[in-house]
Structures are given as C-alpha cells and as structure tokens.
Design a protein around this ligand. Structure first.
Ligand code: HEC
Length: 262
C-alpha cells in the first residue's frame, strides 16, 4: 500500500516535473532531490487533505483552510520533529482533548480520523506543511500579513455588551487567577503554563450555551488570546515568555469591556 501511494505520488510529481526538467538542467542533484521531495509532499497533501482543507468558497467550507491549521500549530511546535509528531498524532486520532482549534471544532465538528493513510505518508505531508508556505484558498484575503482577528475585529452589540453564559465568565476569571499567581523560573515553565492555560481556556469556544453572533464575537475575542497561548507553548526564552504573558493578561482584563453575564 505504502509503495503504491509513493509510486502514485512520484508519477503525479513527475507529470509536473516534465515541464520542470528543462528548468532543472543546471541544478545540482542535491537541489533536485529537494524539489522532488517538495513536489511529493505537495501532491500527497493535495490528495489527502485539500478535499476538506482547501475550500472553494466561504459557503462551502467544511473545515478550516490548511494555512490556518498551520498558523495554529507552528507557534506551539516550532521544532520540525515535534510538529510532525503532533500532526500525525492528530490525523490518526483526533479528539477534543488534543484540539488546538476549538473554534473550528465548534463550527465544523471534530475532524474524522483518517486511519487509512499510512504513517510514512502522513510524515511526508506534515513535513511539507512545516517547510512550505501553504497556499490560501482563492476567495481568501491575499494579504499575507493579515490574520483572522484583523479581518474580524471584535465589536459591541449596538453599543451594548454581549451576554455570555456563566461558564465562560467563570473560565475567564479562573484564567486571570492562574496568570496572577504564575511564577516562572525558566522558559520551560512558560511552555508548561501555556499548555495548562490553553487547556483551561478551550471551553470558552466549546461551551454550547453561546450561539450565533455572540459566539462569533467570542471567537473574535479568543483569536489573539489563543495565538498568544500557542506561542507561549513554543516559547524559547524567559523574556519572550514574559512579554506574551503580559499580552495575555491585558487581553483577559479587556474581556469585561465586551462581555457580561447573561
Ligand atoms: C473529511 C474532511 C477532512 C479531511 C480529509 C482532513 N481533515 Fe483535518 N480537519 C477537518 C475538520 C472538520 C477540522 C476542524 C475541526 C477540528 O479541529 O477537529 C480539521 C482540523 C484539522 C487540524 C486541526 C486540529 C485541531 O487541533 O483542532 C489538523 C492539524 C488537521 N485537520 C490536519 C489534517 C491533515 C494533515 C489532513 C490530511 C492528511 C486532514 N486534516 C484531512 C476535516 C478534515
């Protein structure tokens, strides 16, 4: 099975390569290998992931676009091997405990596990995603520097605060307490704390009590916070950790500017 998949990928890759062969005339063999490996990774990703992760239009979306998935994973797994492990592990066995994109789970439901994909294929796919810029769906804003929260800024409900369930309020209070009492000695303390605080925060989007526009606004609020928590999980120095924690703290304090208990 693995061999068939690889041959298929090589055949697909070589179709493109026919056109590229002339271009590659003066390229070293080492560089050619890199090109072929990238082509294989791309074809496999297209084959196994694009069907759900490269929507043709906003309306037909059944999963987040793949570049968004990468945006959520790379900050937490900046080391290639860890990134590959996380992606393989997820695709083989998606479950709510491991989820990095609670907003997507709530919107599209949990990804069905893709157990029929051989693990070596998955590793090639994950490596491809890690190493290459992932194309955006055609309808998507092409401005690379924009992120979701810039496209969807949080707003008030005609001047009033959004009314959210008790659970979300209690969660934000708990997160604030965790941040207030956190003491760090090393960057790994920040990483562990990042995991802990993100784990505790997922319920903000997963709680089914908040619906419609209120949930959309919670999603907008959560976006930057989630990004910072993911960055904390992959943080490399104490200074960087401290800066991120300050941003998280500020964001948590601003919660009550937009939301109140229903
Ligand atoms: C049948 C549709 C489908 C296919 C095929 C699919 N996915 Fe997904 N995937 C989803 C949906 C829906 C979500 C969003 C909900 C979620 O996070 O579980 C998702 C989310 C993800 C996430 C984020 C998980 C998280 O932490 O929340 C990753 C990573 C992912 N997919 C990787 C892949 C890769 C890699 C492939 C190809 C090997 C793939 N998916 C194929 C439907 C699919």
């Amino acid at each position: 099975m693995k061999i068939i998949v690889l041959i298929l990928a090589l055949t697909l890759a070589s179709c493109d390569s026919v056109n590229n062969r002339n271009k590659l005339k003066n390229v070293s063999n080492e560089d050619k290998k890199i090109v072929i490996k990238r082509d294989i990774g791309y074809e496999l990703t297209k084959q196994y992931c694009y069907i759900c992760h490269m929507p043709k239009s906003k309306e037909s979306m059944i999963a987040p676009p793949l570049f968004r998935v990468k945006e959520h994973y790379k900050p937490s797994y900046p080391v290639k091997e860890e990134f590959i492990k996380a992606i393989v592990n997820w695709v083989q066995n998606p479950n709510e405990d491991k989820v990095m994109m609670p907003g997507a789970v709530r919107k599209f439901n949990l990804m069905p596990s893709q157990t029929y994909i051989p693990v070596d294929t998955l590793k090639l796919i994950a490596a491809y995603i890690f190493e290459n810029e992932i194309e955006r769906p055609g309808f998507h804003n092409r401005n690379r520097n924009r992120n979701r929260s810039e496209d969807n800024p949080i707003t008030l409900d005609n001047g009033a605060k959004w009314k959210v369930g008790n659970k979300v309020f209690a969660t934000v209070a708990k997160l604030q307490k965790m941040v207030d009492s956190f003491e760090a000695g090393s960057s790994s303390d920040y990483q562990e704390f990042g995991k802990k605080i993100f784990e505790s925060s997922k319920v903000i989007l997963l709680d089914k009590e908040n619906k419609g526009e209120t949930w959309e606004q919670l999603h907008n609020y959560f976006n930057k916070l989630e990004g910072d928590m993911h960055s904390l999980i992959g943080v490399k120095s104490v200074d960087e950790g401290e800066l991120i924690l300050q941003r998280i703290n500020k964001k948590l304090s601003s919660f009550s500017d937009y939301f109140e208990k229903s």
